[in-house]
Design a binder for this molecule. Structure first.
Ligand SMILES: Nc1ncnc2c1ncn2[C@@H]1O[C@H](COP(=O)(O)OP(=O)(O)OP(=O)(O)O)[C@@H](O)[C@H]1O
Length: 455
């Protein structure tokens, strides 16, 4: 979801606003394409978007959004602009989602009483089952009660407070931005909603299956950071963590090893299974009644998928990824950032390409002797193929081994605006000014090259 003040977009909003009267327990579902905008204002009553309350009389602008505004007690909404799809639904799973939140609250209270960690919650389910939306709702409900959940995103297809391709962990102590969803964390400049700074790892591939030898260790790194944060930070310890996952690990037994890995690394004690009877029964068989490493029972809970969940087509998802990359560097209308371009020589950069064992290119990678036949990364020379790609700068040193590169977190991302093969120079867009640090950089294949970021 994006907010922009663009005259081309605004000029389409000439129609008079529509008023929606929502009965208690219902939601207004809407879809807005990229390139058009819809403005929503709460005129009376109370309403929330994926758990985050809307303020009365404030105008929220949505671009490239598929979402729902739910009301517990009834409300009036004023809507301007054209939605691709919009309707009101009386039947929603919100009561069971809120019961889940209160069940987690009970676990948090007993964790405090027994000086243990709050629940570590894993959400699994097929693609578009509403996993991310549920994690947003549970995060928003927890923060509304003054809790501080750590939210972990293990879905590299979409970024959470970072660009797609990354895996993150973030402490949420303040509200989620209504217009932005998770949004991206600003690389510079002020923000209306308090800034959340994620810990970022770059996986650079769309699915865990693409390279489990990188994916699983990254999940382990995140789990280690989360557990040390839970040890050090009382508010986070009481609340526990909420983990979002990619649909791919829930679709077929071939990837259950990834679920097993995440459950054991994060000491997950609550497994929420969304929208699949078969997955629920598989998870029950595998985990129900088993114990975590700290001897707590693992509980598996089935939740139904919301009828509002929409299958997003590839064009929409691609536009969302492009918007997330643009936003990382440039921010949005109410929070513009100041990225900086600079020329660098080919020789100044050390770039590694992430290996995809399933792809043929991998077999052509030079060097590397880690784990079996295929190296994790291959050194690559800058070339025009990198144009419009994003590179992750790692918290690592130039001579570090493949395992250290694999386990290193991300300092920030840069964008390759231009490559001049003849002069052996690149034009790089960085979020902040100053010389690029002398650190290894990683090129993945996800997200795909961004279009025209600097024109
Ligand atoms: N109640 C709802 N009304 C309208 N849209 C909704 C509703 N719930 C979810 N959506 C939308 O449906 C889409 C799929 O939901 P979501 O991203 O939560 O699923 P997911 O299981 O995380 O998907 P994936 O596995 O692809 O990451 C999203 O665009 C989301 O905003």
């Amino acid at each position: 979801m994006l907010f922009v003040t663009d005259s081309r977009v605004k000029s389409q909003e000439v129609d008079t606003p529509t008023i929606h009267e929502l009965q208690k327990g219902s939601e207004w579902r809407f879809e807005v394409a990229f390139g058009t905008s819809v403005e929503v204002k709460l005129l009376s009553g109370t309403a929330e978007l994926f758990g985050t309350e809307l303020a009365l009389n404030q105008t929220y602008t949505f671009i490239g959004a598929k979402a729902a505004i739910y009301t517990w007690n009834g409300c009036r909404l004023e809507v301007s602009g054209t939605c691709q799809v919009e309707y009101t639904a009386e039947e929603t799973p919100m009561i069971s989602y809120s019961n889940t939140h209160f069940a987690l609250e009970n676990l948090r209270q007993s964790a405090v009483a027994e000086n243990r960690e709050g629940p570590r919650v894993l959400v699994v389910g097929p693609e578009n089952a509403g996993k991310t939306s549920l994690v947003k709702i549970l995060t928003a409900y927890a923060t509304r009660m003054g809790r501080q959940p750590i939210v972990v995103n293990l879905d590299s297809r979409e970024g959470m407070l970072s660009i797609p391709g990354s895996l993150t962990a973030t402490a949420f102590s303040s509200i989620i931005d209504v217009e932005e969803g998770w949004g991206s964390s600003p690389t510079s400049g002020p923000s209306l909603v308090p800034i959340k700074l994620p810990l970022v790892y770059y996986y650079g591939l769309p699915s865990p299956e693409d390279n489990k030898k990188i994916y699983k260790p990254l999940a382990t790194r995140l789990a280690l950071s989360v557990s040390s944060r839970l040890m050090e930070d009382e508010a986070a310890k009481e609340t526990g963590c909420l983990i979002d996952t990619p649909g791919a690990i829930s679709q077929g037994k071939a990837n259950y090893d990834v679920i097993q890995h995440v459950v054991s690394e994060f000491s997950v004690n609550v497994l929420l299974v969304l929208g699949s009877e078969r997955l629920y029964s598989d998870m029950l068989r595998r985990f129900d009644g088993s114990k975590t490493s700290n001897d707590e029972n693992i509980t598996v809970i089935k939740l139904s998928k919301s009828g509002g969940c929409v299958d997003r087509d590839e064009t929409f998802l691609k536009q969302a990824r492009q918007a997330a990359i643009r936003e990382y560097f440039f921010g949005e209308a109410n929070r513009t950032l100041s990225p900086h371009t600079q020329q660098v020589d080919f020789g100044q950069l050390l770039i590694y390409k992430i290996t995809e064992p399933n792809s043929l290119i991998a077999s052509l990678m030079p060097g590397g002797e880690v784990e079996g036949d295929v190296p994790l990364f291959g050194k690559v020379e800058p070339s025009v193929l990198m144009q419009n790609c994003v590179l992750a700068i790692l918290h690592a040193d130039l001579g570090d081994s493949q395992e250290i590169l694999r386990d290193a977190s991300v300092m920030g991302f840069v964008y390759v605006a231009d490559v001049d093969d003849k002069k052996r120079k690149l034009r790089i867009l960085a979020p902040v000014s100053g010389r690029l640090p002398a650190r290894p950089m990683v090129l993945g294949s996800w997200p795909e090259p961004a279009l025209n970021l600097v024109g």
